[in-house]
Design a protein around this ligand. Structure first.
Ligand code: GDP
Length: 699
């Protein structure tokens, strides 16, 4: 690694010159290829004459791809025309909320890649809606223009109709499929034609000569674009309506504002694989996507006062940052990726993890650049860096200056709702299995691993069937771990519905040293999501204080095993109020057993019940399928919350028990002739109907 590379030397730029962007796409539409090309062109342009580094970078990437590892780190820095572009890796699979949410949370802008033949695919729709939620300005790149069946206009139309977006079509493609040559830049009215003989796509001609066969259409397309831009700004609209000349610079400036205000989405065309059309997308990132300076400030909460505060996104403010990803790196250990919102951070300093109320030492600060990582002394506002040193910081935590603690809007991660048993194909791999699972769990806050002590089984749990499927697939592909899995199980929980008392007495006197533990407890229900609370109400010396923690432990153990069906208990409080002991025979273990017995005794009288995860479901279907879909949701014990009309579709919102949603993708496909799609996320827990509990018990 060079002493100080171009990245470190040139990384400190004014805020206006920073772009924090993510490349978002439906799987297989070309996100990896496009990212790779972006890194190539930006690296090449910067390091003129430094072909060696360029080629190594190219060589390195296919290798990484063969090994099935994501080609870039969670964030990578690159430069284009004096601007610094930080590319944040967004998950390839967006079927689980948390992954997407955390990357969208820290992006300032997004590049959405589409397959010109496939058009708008379901995954793009899902991310699109999340990007709407987080108000992320976007540009679109319609990729694979070389592919048979590529259809630029149809894809634009889908972006408009299915995504409800207002596209600003910036280019007119020249040729298509095998004949795709380039595109006309509609603002500049210049044709960009790539040199077919140049295999790297760095050579292209820019000409004002628009091919005669498309000239008329190009003029029409330009008029449409100008009208769209003008409509976003009153003074420009006046000029437009009065047929006054509007300069390209003026159009660009207005368009930039419109993109940042979520009014327009610039659309480009190209083929990453054939190296055509990627550079204009880089220009668009610079021209139209916001810099941190455009965002000006971020809202946060002061944990001491509970009041809202804001931080200007500048170096001169107190330090604040959000940890958005944890990655275990084979070389440097645990990396905490953070986006710095305000202030600066020096290596060797301490930061305050406000979320966990912990001081953490930052021993090293790293800048990621494609396959390289470089150490820096100081990081600035707007930067995305990886920290070495923090031990306890997790995804979603706020790191701040101890003198000015704030909590940035949290990324909330719900509890897992589904689980399955997993075991290695060969016994010898047991240790590797726990290591692999632990690694995945460190990186993914919604994935948990547990050993069932009764059966010895390893249980993994997550946010949905697909989530677990993908994790198992990653274990196979990325970590070479062969496993067998059981059937997915819904994560039911047991709880109580009324107050009750219980007694636990454990006495054993079979010669020699005996056992004696005795306790009386009172349990009562707590509100949903409260978990467990233990209260010690022992007055006097009926139980010596050293035996109190064992009683609590015994209660917790009994709760974990469950009583009604065998699911863990939750949302209850247990108060220990009396008991007795024996001078010689009492022990920790005896009181633990007594605690367990007391809980079991009390729970049986406390109106045991079962609660189940309820999913928030959103189904988007053409209107004529609305009836069948609603009927099906009702048959699944679902509760329709409402329907919303979109341009050509209806969105049905509902709560549905997860237990009835297994294989829903197939159900929706067959109900709607493949035209419906859905988005589902865990919402809350609700009591399972009595008749269903009965049948579960009898099983
Ligand atoms: P990702 O899953 O979105 O990261 O997509 P990849 O970049 O891995 O690409 C998926 C597949 O599409 C690969 O086989 C690529 O070679 C291919 N691909 C990517 N870009 C293009 C393109 O512009 N044209 C064609 N025909 N294929 C492409």
């Amino acid at each position: 690694m060079p002493q100080q590379s171009v990245v470190t030397k040139n990384r400190v730029v004014p805020l206006e010159k920073i772009r924090n962007v993510g490349i978002i796409a439906h799987i297989d539409s070309g996100k990896t290829t496009t990212t790779e090309r972006i890194l190539f062109y930006t690296g090449r342009t910067y390091k003129i004459g430094d072909i060696d580094e360029g080629t190594t970078q190219m060589d390195w990437m296919p290798q990484e791809r063969e090994r099935g590892i994501t080609i870039v780190a969670a964030a990578t820095t690159t430069f284009w025309k004096g601007m610094r572009i930080n590319i944040i890796d967004t998950p390839g699979h967006v079927d689980f909320t948390a992954e997407v949410e955390r990357s969208l949370r820290i992006l300032d802008g997004g590049v959405v890649v589409f397959d010109a033949e496939e058009g708008v695919q379901s995954q793009s729709e899902t991310v699109w809606r999340q990007a709407d939620k987080y108000k992320v300005p976007r540009i679109c790149f319609i990729n694979k223009m070389d592919k048979l069946g590529a259809n630029f206009d149809a894809t634009v139309k889908e972006i408009e109709e299915r995504l409800g977006a207002k596209p600003a079509v910036m280019v007119y493609p020249i040729g298509k499929e095998q004949e795709f040559k380039g595109a006309v830049d509609l603002l500049e009215m210049k044709a960009l034609i790539w040199d077919d003989k140049d295999s790297q796509g760095t050579k292209y001609t820019i000409t004002e000569k628009i091919p005669a066969d498309i000239k008329e259409k190009v003029i029409q397309a330009r008029a449409k674009l100008i009208e769209k831009i003008a409509e976003t700004d009153d003074s420009l609209l006046n000029k437009y309506l009065n047929n006054e000349e509007i300069s390209v610079a003026e159009l660009k400036k207005t368009l930039r504002k419109a993109v940042i205000d979520y009014k327009l989405i610039p659309v480009y065309a190209g083929t990453s694989l054939r190296n055509k059309g990627v550079q204009p997308v880089l220009d668009a990132i610079v021209d139209y996507l916001p810099s941190p300076a455009d965002l000006k400030e971020i809202k946060a909460v002061n944990p001491k006062t509970g009041k809202e505060e804001s931080r200007k996104l500048i170096n001169e403010e107190k330090f604040s940052a959000l940890a958005f990803k944890i990655q275990l790196d084979p070389h440097v250990g645990k990396l905490t990726y953070t986006r710095i919102y305000s202030g600066t951070l020096e290596s060797g300093s301490y930061v305050y993890n406000v979320t966990r109320n912990k001081k953490e030492r930052v021993s090293r600060v790293l800048i990621m650049h494609a396959n390289q990582r470089e150490e820096i002394d100081k990081a600035y506002a707007g930067e995305i860096v990886a920290l070495v040193g923090p031990k306890d910081s997790k995804t979603g935590d706020t790191l701040a200056d101890p003198e000015g603690p704030i909590i940035l809007e949290r990324i909330t991660f719900p509890d897992p709702v589904i689980s399955l048993a997993i075991e290695p194909k060969t016994k010898a791999d047991q240790e590797k299995l726990s290591y692999t699972l632990q690694r995945l769990a460190e990186e993914d806050p919604t994935f948990r691993v547990k050993i069932n002590h009764e059966t010895g089984q390893t249980i993994m749990s997550g946010m949905g069937e697909l989530h677990l499927e993908i994790l198992v697939d990653r274990m196979r592909r990325e970590m070479g771990m062969q496993v067998n899995t059981g059937k997915p199980q819904v994560a039911y929980k047991e709880t109580i519905t009324r107050l009750a008392e219980g007694e636990g007495k454990y006495i054993k006197q079979t010669g020699g040293h005996g056992q004696y533990g005795h306790c009386l407890i009172k349990i009562e229900p707590l509100s949903r999501g409260s978990g467990f609370k233990f209260i010690n109400k022992i007055k006097g010396a009926s139980i010596p204080s050293e035996f109190i923690p064992p009683v609590e432990k015994g209660i917790i153990e009994a709760m974990e095993k469950g009583i009604l069906v065998g699911y863990p208990m939750t949302d209850l409080q247990a108060a220990l109020y009396d008991g007795s002991y024996h001078d010689v025979d009492s022990s920790d273990i005896a009181f633990k057993i007594a605690g367990s017995m007391a809980l079991q005794d009390a729970a049986k009288k406390a109106g045991l019940s079962l609660i189940e995860p309820i999913m928030k479901l959103e189904v988007t279907v053409p209107e004529n399928f609305m009836g069948v879909v609603i009927g099906d949701i009702s048959a699944k014990r679902g509760k329709i919350l409402g329907t919303e009309k979109r341009s050509r579709a209806v969105v049905i919102k509902a709560y549905v028990p997860l237990a009835d949603m297994s294989g829903y993708a197939t159900v929706i496909r067959s109900l709607t002739e493949g035209r419906g799609f859905f988005y589902m996320e865990p919402s809350h827990y609700e009591e399972v109907p009595r008749n269903i509990i009965q049948s579960m018990i009898s099983k």
